[in-house]
Design a protein around this ligand. Structure first.
Ligand SMILES: [Zn+2]
Length: 286
């Protein structure tokens, strides 16, 4: 056998070894040990309490870590007005941009029931309750104010809040103060004409879901606005919005029957549940 033939045979033999190794891989014999095996040969866990089997099912189950149905939703709730506004006229009357090239007051004092329960207290109470309901479903909820003793924020800041927070939606919570006690009912306000895409159809869809939820909860629709929908160009909170946004007037504060609802914890709980239900419905359909 010549040296040349011998070296050829050696090469063929090496190829055969490689082929067998490759076949082993294909047949699931496991990867070749190339020195990168993870340290799975470490000693097992020490015997002791950690190895004790789980106790019987009489124990309370650990809280579930499963995300709620609204885990991918970020809501900004904007409780209208603020408890400190009335005592700070210079600040709340200071002009801010209205979002359409004009200006308007930073904020206003808001309305109240005939007995003096203020809109700012009502809107914060409903927003806090709605936040708890939405959080229980996993949503992230940001409020434009956390208490009822401050001033503002101004309407431009309220309007921009959802965009700045990276939120999906803005719901501004109010109650109307029509002087006529016969006037009653909830209505939604949207920006018209819309200044961006979010203020157009998405905001109208949000309004429709919120109005449907308030109706389903047994509240009365507005006696002033057909379809309980009002379109306005002059509200800074809506004009500055870069996300779907609605300003909700939940009730008429000067209507005796609605004032009773507004002033009762049960009424405020029902308003909050309706707001949360409307947002939930909107989130499901987006
Ligand atoms: Zn208001």
């Amino acid at each position: 056998m010549s040296a040349r033939v011998r070296s050829l045979l050696v090469a063929l033999g090496a190829l055969a070894v490689l082929a067998v190794a490759a076949l082993g891989l294909v047949l699931g014999a496991g990867p070749l040990d190339l020195g990168t095996r993870p340290p799975d040969l470490a000693p097992g866990p020490p015997a002791g309490p950690a190895a004790t089997p789980d106790p019987p099912s009489s124990a309370t189950p650990a809280p579930t870590e499963e995300p709620g149905p609204l885990a991918d939703l970020h809501v900004v709730l904007d409780p209208g007005h603020n408890g400190g506004n009335a005592a700070a006229p210079a600040q709340i009357n200071a002009p801010v941009g209205d979002g359409r090239g004009g200006s308007k007051a930073c904020n206003t004092v808001g309305s109240s029931t005939a007995s003096g329960y203020p809109e700012h207290a009502f809107t914060l109470d409903v927003a806090l309750r709605a936040r708890e309901i939405l959080r229980a479903d996993g949503a992230t909820v940001t409020l434009t104010r956390e208490d009822d003793s401050g001033i503002g924020p101004c309407v431009d800041e309220r309007g921009q809040s959802a965009g700045r927070a990276g939120a999906d939606v803005l719901v501004s919570i109010h109650a109307d103060g029509a002087a006529d006690p016969e006037v009653r009912g909830y209505f939604a306000i949207v920006s018209e004409p819309p200044l961006n895409d979010a203020q157009a159809e998405p905001s109208r869809a949000l309004a429709a879901d919120l109005l449907a939820a308030l109706g389903a909860a047994g509240f009365a629709p507005s006696s002033s606005y057909p379809g309980a929908l009002s379109e306005r160009a002059d509200l800074g909170t809506l004009n500055w919005a870069e996300r779907p946004a609605v300003l909700l007037e939940l009730a008429e504060m000067r209507n005796p029957g609605e004032a009773e609802l507004i002033e009762s914890e049960e009424g405020r709980r029902r308003y909050a549940e309706a707001v949360a239900a409307g947002i939930r419905q909107w989130a499901a359909g987006r």
